[in-house]
Design a protein around this ligand. Sequence first.
Ligand code: MN
Length: 450
Amino acid sequence: MWNDLRSFLKLLEDRNELAVIKDEVDTNCDISAGLAKTCRIGGPALKFVKVKGYRTPVVGGIYATESRVLSVLGTSKQNMLTDFLRGIENEIPPQIVSKGACQEIVREGQEVDLTSLPILIHAPEDGGPYISSGVVMAKDPEYGRNLSIHRCMLKGRNKLGIAIDASRHLEMYRRRAEERGESMGIALVIGMDPVIPIASQTVPAGGIHGDELSVAGGLRGSPVELVRCRTVDAEVPATAEVVIEGEIPPSITEPEGPFGESSGYYGKGTDSPIIKVKAITMREDAIYHVIHHGRPPNETQNLRSTSLDASFYRYIRQVCPTVRNVHFTLGGITQHHVVISMKPTYKEEAKNVMLAAYGSRLDVKNVVVVDDDIDIYDPVQVEWAIATRAQPYADTYIFPTVAGGPVDPSANESGVVSGMAIDATRPFGEPFAKTLELPEPRYDIPGDKK
Ligand code: MN
């Protein structure tokens, strides 16, 4: 077991899943090009030890393959959903300790200099260097702690821009602080136990009251140890690599963006809040961790996949217990397309399930509902169900407008999209052609991976 980034990297190294790149690289698209490639080929995590102009090494590609995400979670593809649900349903609250390695080096006030960190330009037309892997840890007097990941643009030695979508919990926290006329203290944490960024993508049982760090504890099976920040009211994982402490002042926005998003398109420039940085703390020999967004396949999708499936599954099972499995597909950028399998028990139940999908507030755009004999992880089987079990005039519903397409370039100015839902289950209670089945062969076939 590990409780920080570097011990997880050690484990990857032992498994030959960490490649050390000794060539000199620069921070302008040079590193991100390598990360894009390792995502495409399902390659190793990459550690860049010679970054032009910086002493800090850069590591990325931890989440470049699904199998590495499964090892972070200590599970397998078959057990992924049940193991993940067990983890998030057995939250373990974090523990505060008095001292942490993340504060071995402290830079405060005039000493703060974000430009000393190897913050990358990820894509050629990005508006500037961006922190892509920082987990924002914030608190609200009523709602408690929140963890989330946002694109943060470098704007100077002690200033960042932060884009926060309107529907995110952090935006609700920020607006409430703004209504009180207060700055909101936050910590932006870079490089930690790789389960924590995954947990940051879940919807805890408590909804907005839930603490994603307790979810991380549940997934780890032990509490995350935290230390208090030095200049803001926030706590951060004691073994984090780099911590940026700062505050988001009320009523200030500045131009931010564009940024090459995980959709594979540039997200437009926005007017966004800023973070005034008050301190940077880090470990000795800190490692700068990056997460590759950019055109799919990317790390963001793998990072989100299990969290999203599990969060959505828990929600939809409450209203539709006949749902068997759910999956946000890779082609739908692990965000906008969900496939649901179920065993209908009454006529048109699948229609109610697809309507419920839009109630999840999880940026659902298109929905396909299939019977439980379909392997929803296999796009060919899903398409087969659409081709052979659905008639578009009766089984396709179009929702002219639904909220939620933050990274969909076809969404309108306000992020509004239209939705399409396909009921590809066999008509309930009516005779339907029988599927053809054969038993497993009694003999081995060479090349069968089982
Ligand atoms: Mn939250």
